[in-house]
Ligand binder design. Structure first.
Ligand SMILES: Cc1ncc(COP(=O)(O)O)c(C=O)c1O
Length: 464
């Protein structure tokens, strides 16, 4: 039974007249779920101080994910990351983060005025896909800098690459540091042993999962899972800072429904993983295109990999953006993203046999007409840049507009990122190198969009 959803549905037909927010008064009838869109009225608890139905919902989430605490989020994993980083660090302290972290981790470091130290994942062989963060790299970085109080790692990455969270959490704890895992793309891990083990099960102190990315839940729904009492107390306070004071009950009801589905999802996940296996088996006969999963699994730069992400390698025959374009325009298949040489199809337990068959058939047709390889790119590497200021110091400085391509040796005041996935290639305070500019040009040539903070790319703010 979905407790919150049913309660909202019953309330909508109870005859209670709403002299309160929201302004649509549950009367609009355009097909959107206004009937259950209420605010925190009597009997419906308070997300920031839950003692009733929302406390129960969070307990169900904690039990399902086997974490001590679970916080329901209605502003995506983004708000969970902001609150968790703030809760797990002291203002002005040091954070060790994977360089391929999502922009929200950088924003958290900026807001908390943290000194950022980076872990650089290696590329998985010649695949041009970033591999895992190695436990050895974490150990080395923590040995070099005993002031680090928090380590943040993205696992799985957009492409499904998972790090050895068990070993990394042991190392962090041995050094007195906490581990936060951005598991935004791994909300489904808890529901089948065909997927990697979830971060919270592997000993992470906290993990954020976007329900909306890989489970049947509405956009913006997520959970922040916490394993430590003190951290949970601080997280609760920080969520009241960063998260809306008017949480959407439509989204909370969606979390409720998603948890309810997941509780009894063994068969659905079993069918889903069989569907994936059969797709991978059939896709093995592609001649020019190929699927990255098996090669990622075998790479010594990759600890483990999530089979739900279908990462299609173009092997130089076309760019990932070209493949994505052809799938859209000829086959009405819209993929999640493309970067450099690959395009990524995100799947979930809600995908159908028909969906997988259509993707396979389209790839087979495109594969059959590919003839010549084009130039291979160097996209995909993660380049260390010299840093002159912390992110917050750089943002506090005055800037001047410059064409980034004439700015070798100058210091950026902006985040420069390829979207998606939105990982900054250049962060504020970093010196723009010739190599990173070459990489940006390659991304542009491969059809990727480059974003800067002021939307005037290639003109960006440079510290004078
Ligand atoms: C790795 C990663 N972390 C965090 C986020 C932010 O998640 P949300 O969209 O749920 O706020 C994203 C979004 O794409 C992401 O890819």
């Amino acid at each position: 039974m979905s407790m919150l959803y049913d309660k909202l549905k019953n309330y909508s037909t109870s005859g209670v007249y709403p002299f309160h927010m929201p302004g649509h008064k549950r009367t609009a009838s355009d097909g959107l779920p206004y009937d259950i869109d209420i605010t925190e009225i009597d009997g419906f608890d308070d997300l920031h101080e839950p003692t009733g139905c929302l406390r129960d919902l969070q307990q169900v989430a904690a039990d399902l994910y086997r974490s001590r605490y679970a916080f329901a989020l209605v502003n995506g994993s983004t708000v969970g990351i902001l609150a968790a980083v703030r809760a797990m660090t002291e203002s002005g302290g040091s954070i060790l983060m994977a360089r391929n972290c999502h922009l929200s981790v950088y924003h958290a470091a900026e807001l908390c005025r943290l000194d950022t130290k980076y872990l650089y994942p290696d590329c998985a062989d010649e695949l041009r896909i970033l591999g895992s963060i190695s436990p050895e790299a974490v150990e080395k970085a923590l040995n070099a800098d005993p002031d680090i109080s928090l380590v943040v790692i993205t696992s799985p990455t957009y492409e499904g690459v998972v790090s050895d969270i068990k070993s990394i959490s042991l190392i962090c704890h041995r050094h007195g540091a906490k581990l936060l895992v951005d598991e935004a793309h791994g909300a489904h891990f808890a529901f089948s042993d065909r997927f990697p083990q979830s971060a919270i099960q592997c000993g992470a102190d906290a993990a954020v999962v976007s329900l909306h990315k890989t489970l049947p839940a509405m956009t913006q729904t997520a959970l922040l899972l916490v394993n430590k009492d003190k951290t949970a107390e601080k997280v609760k306070r920080e969520l009241s800072v960063f998260e809306t004071s008017s949480p959407s009950y439509v989204l909370l009801a969606s979390i409720d429904r998603c948890l309810d589905f997941s509780k009894n999802s063994e068969k659905a996940f079993d069918d889903y993983t069989k569907r994936l296996e059969s797709f991978y088996g059939a896709a093995g006969s592609l001649k020019r295109l190929s699927i990255a999963y098996d090669r990622l699994k075998c790479s010594d730069k990759v600890f483990d990999c999530d089979m739900s992400k279908i990462c299609i390698l173009c092997n130089g025959y076309m760019t990932g953006s070209e493949l994505m374009h052809d799938l859209r325009s000829e086959f009405k298949l819209e993929l999640e993203m493309a970067q450099g040489d690959y395009a990524l199809a995100m799947t979930s337990v809600c995908d159908t046999d028909e969906g997988f068959e259509r993707l396979l058939s389209a790839l087979t047709q495109i594969d059959g007409r590919l003839k010549e390889t084009k130039h291979q790119t160097s996209i995909g590497t993660c380049q260390p840049l010299q840093r002159l200021y912390t992110i917050s110091e750089a943002i506090d400085k005055d800037g001047e507009k410059h064409d980034i391509y004439d700015s070798t040796g100058k210091v950026s005041r902006e985040y420069i990122r390829v979207y998606p996935p939105g990982v900054p290639l250049i962060a504020p305070g970093e010196v723009i190198s010739r190599d990173v500019l070459t990489q940006l040009r390659e991304y542009e040539a491969a059809g990727n969009e480059i974003l800067s903070d002021s939307s005037t790319f290639p003109f960006i703010s440079i510290i004078g």
